[in-house]
Design a protein around this ligand. Structure first.
Ligand code: GLN
Length: 285
């Protein structure tokens, strides 16, 4: 007990400290280990000293500029709630659209479908695919070059229930992590695509998020180039490569897809109208 402080009062104090009622609610949900209706029902309950201490610690981190997703240790992405920390990129709304495109293409595959999410980080894209596609006939590979990122993906895998049985994890750089004797219907990735030294990158992103997940050479296209070059050897005939790209990379990436022999190449927008998704398919695997 903390002097009879209630959850409602804790939320009010936290909202004052953070200047945001939404953020205060999320922080207090994590501090009390309650969410949704359970949290609403607990408004008049007393909070414990431990809850207040946890809340204060989170408020201090947020006020010091740490992104709220890292402070909370979780963030929502499409239909799932992901554990996140500084080992992985914070899941972003634009990546939800990338995942949606990959899921839509995979859903159209007849019979058993094979999907790979390369450079999965928290597992956001691949775990969404695993949970949103039919449990029957779906296999999703999550890969990352870093074991520390895969530890986060594994923790999130444990949280998706039954669909987890359809997920495989591979460690390695891009295609090195995939089995060589299987072709994939959809290969999707949110690779690093920021140019080293780019002035466009948010200060908070630069300070807090993992460099390896952001930067890809002098033009930001290094990883995208490797993915476009390597995917055909791992795609089934008619299989799709779906990539998240930078807002100013649409034209260059579309040309790279065409030059590499992909067909049905398309650049799609994110929710703010920026070029964000590059899609193409191979006619022979
Ligand atoms: N969209 C991110 C940003 O600019 C970059 C993510 C990435 O490189 N995959 O903040």
């Amino acid at each position: 007990m903390d002097d009879g402080l209630t959850v409602r009062e804790l939320v009010r104090q936290t909202a004052d400290a953070l200047g945001s009622a939404h953020e205060a609610r999320w922080v207090c949900e994590v501090a009390t280990s309650l969410d949704g209706a359970e949290f609403d029902d607990a408004m008049d309950d007393p909070v414990t000293v431990k809850m207040v201490a946890h809340c204060d610690a989170m408020v201090a981190r947020a006020r010091a500029g740490e992104p709220l997703a890292y402070v909370l240790g979780r963030w929502s992405f499409r239909h799932i709630d992901l554990a996140v920390d500084r080992r992985v990129l914070i899941p972003r709304p634009e990546t939800e659209v990338v995942a949606g495109a990959a899921i839509e293409l995979a859903a159209a595959v007849d019979g058993p479908r094979m999907i790979a999410d390369l450079g999965t980080g928290s597992g956001a894209i691949g775990l969404s695919a695993a949970t949103e596609l039919p449990v029957r006939g779906t296999t999703v590979w999550l890969t990352d070059v870093r074991e520390d990122a895969l530890a986060v993906a594994r923790a999130n895998l444990a949280g998706i229930g039954r669909a987890a049985a359809n997920v495989r994890i591979g460690i390695g750089s891009w295609f090195e992590a995939l089995p060589n004797d299987q072709c994939f219907d959809v290969i999707v990735s949110n690779p690093p695509y920021v140019a080293v030294g780019s002035p466009e990158l948010d200060e908070s992103v630069r300070i807090w998020e993992p460099e390896v997940a952001l930067f890809a050479g002098h033009d930001g296209l290094g990883a995208i180039r490797a993915l476009i070059a390597g995917a055909p050897a791992h795609l089934c005939t008619g299989g799709w490569l779906v990539l998240e790209i930078g807002a100013d990379q649409g034209r260059a990436v579309a040309a790279m897809f065409h030059d590499a022999g992909y067909v049905d190449v398309e650049i799609r927008h994110d929710l703010t109208g920026h070029d964000r998704i590059a899609i193409g398919r191979v006619t022979s695997g």
